[in-house]
Design a protein around this ligand. Structure first.
Ligand code: LIP
Length: 264
């Protein structure tokens, strides 16, 4: 699909520029601009500045497309393409200076909701590590130029799994109960603090699987495509087929059903 390939190339170019801005602002010192859904749900001036850069580039390059961003909201376009953007995923890591955060940009076609859209291109770029994960539908997932493949199944020691916890303390008991239900599948659990990188690490075989409740569309739009283009499966609550705020699950094919059942 020539369009998807072109959208992917544009996403990479913009992600690199946006990531460099985020990296520079981090070196200059990061200020919390506001809190959102909970005291722990922060937004920094850099989040807003980086999203403005991304949105501005897209307005020039793809003026008819829609936009759905964590910080500046949604705007429908007149084309069939919507850009789903988390300018700095792993905001709390970013604010604390933990070098595990990413610019996440996805191009989707169709209705701009996770249950309806088809992601056709995605980029997850960690400017602190320089690692740029990218995928175009039908063309595979890559870290730089290296093709990515998920772990088909965990070793006999169990699965190395990642998860996360919501910003609202009232959700922590349920999230911890979910970890307890999943633990019999695991050799260990990682909590890296950036959903897009968790998906990217599943795609790269650095994790056997990932599960989390409470993700927003911009947290998973690009990362889920990385996983499926690397031969993995993604899904969530209900029929298990769609990632949503109720539940996100991603893994290689042999683990997926067990992980989805335990995490549901
Ligand atoms: C974050 C996710 C993380 C999750 C946090 C938050 P943000 O996104 O990447 O996996 O546990 O609650 O949703 O807020 O840094 O863009």
């Amino acid at each position: 699909m020539a369009l998807a390939h072109d959208l992917g190339a544009l996403a990479i170019d913009i992600a690199r520029e946006a990531g460099e801005l985020a990296r520079v602002r981090r070196t200059e010192g990061v200020a919390v601009a506001a809190t959102k859904s909970a005291l722990a749900d922060i937004v920094t001036d850099a989040d807003r500045e980086v999203e403005a850069l991304i949105r501005g580039r897209l307005a020039v390059e793809r003026p008819d497309d829609g936009f759905l961003g964590e910080e500046s909201g949604a705007e429908r376009g007149t084309s069939d393409v919507t850009w789903v953007v988390d300018p700095i995923d792993g905001t709390v890591n970013y604010a604390y200076g933990i070098p595990s955060y990413a610019v996440s940009i996805a191009a989707v076609i169709g209705e701009p909701t996770p249950a309806e859209w088809e992601a056709v291109a995605g980029v997850v770029f960690n400017p602190a590590s320089g690692e740029l994960f990218h995928a175009v539908r039908g063309e595979g997932a890559r870290l730089g130029d290296r093709r990515l493949v998920v772990n088909a199944e965990p070793t006999a020691a169990g699965a190395l799994l990642a998860t996360g916890f919501g910003y609202d303390p009232a959700t922590h008991a349920g999230d911890l109960a979910r970890v307890a239900r999943v633990m019999p599948l695991a050799r260990d659990i990682r909590r890296a603090g950036a959903a897009s990188l968790d998906f990217a690490f599943v795609a790269a075989g650095r994790l056997d699987g990932y599960f989390e409740r409470g993700l927003q569309p911009w947290d998973h739009a690009a990362g889920a495509l990385l996983v499926t283009e690397a031969g993995g499966l993604v899904g969530g609550a209900g029929d298990g087929g769609t990632v949503s705020s109720d539940l996100a699950v991603a893994s290689g094919p042999m683990l997926f059903e067990r992980l989805l059942t335990a995490a549901s």
